[in-house]
Design a protein around this ligand. Structure first.
Ligand code: HEC
Length: 98
């Protein structure tokens, strides 16, 4: 099962060199604001995610989704998103100034 998931990730990495869709990115980002703060600028105990590099955030999100990285909230939250959507949301936050 893990191998299959990995293969899917690799395939997506190659086939989905997506263009950024700002509207979609922002819509998806609303679902993160509840925990990470408006535009990913946290003023609490949650990590600030605004201004993170797109590639590293996308990797982190996919790692949570496919169980390569453990978390409390994130592992559950990202399961509701397609890989494509996680890329769009990573684009969005990478463009937000801290
Ligand atoms: C229910 C609350 C919650 C929501 C909603 C949420 N997060 Fe998180 N996020 C967390 C917590 C808590 C952590 C710390 C890791 C953990 O325990 O899961 C975290 C960690 C992260 C990290 C890693 C930060 C670091 O410095 O390592 C990223 C990136 C991230 N979240 C992005 C997102 C994105 C993008 C969304 C929206 C799609 C989102 N989060 C929605 C609670 C949330």
């Amino acid at each position: 099962m893990k191998k299959i998931a990995l293969a899917i990730v690799c395939l997506c990495g190659i086939s989905f060199a997506n263009d950024y869709d700002p509207v979609k990115g922002e819509m998806l980002a609303f679902s993160c604001a509840g925990c990470h703060g408006t535009d990913g600028k946290s003023n609490g105990i949650m990590p600030t995610i605004a201004g993170m590099g797109k590639t590293s955030m996308q990797k982190t999100l996919l790692d949570y989704k496919y169980g390569r990285k453990t978390g409390t909230m994130m592992t559950k939250h990202v399961k509701g998103f397609s890989d494509d959507e996680l890329e769009q949301v990573a684009y969005y936050f990478s463009k937000v100034k801290r």
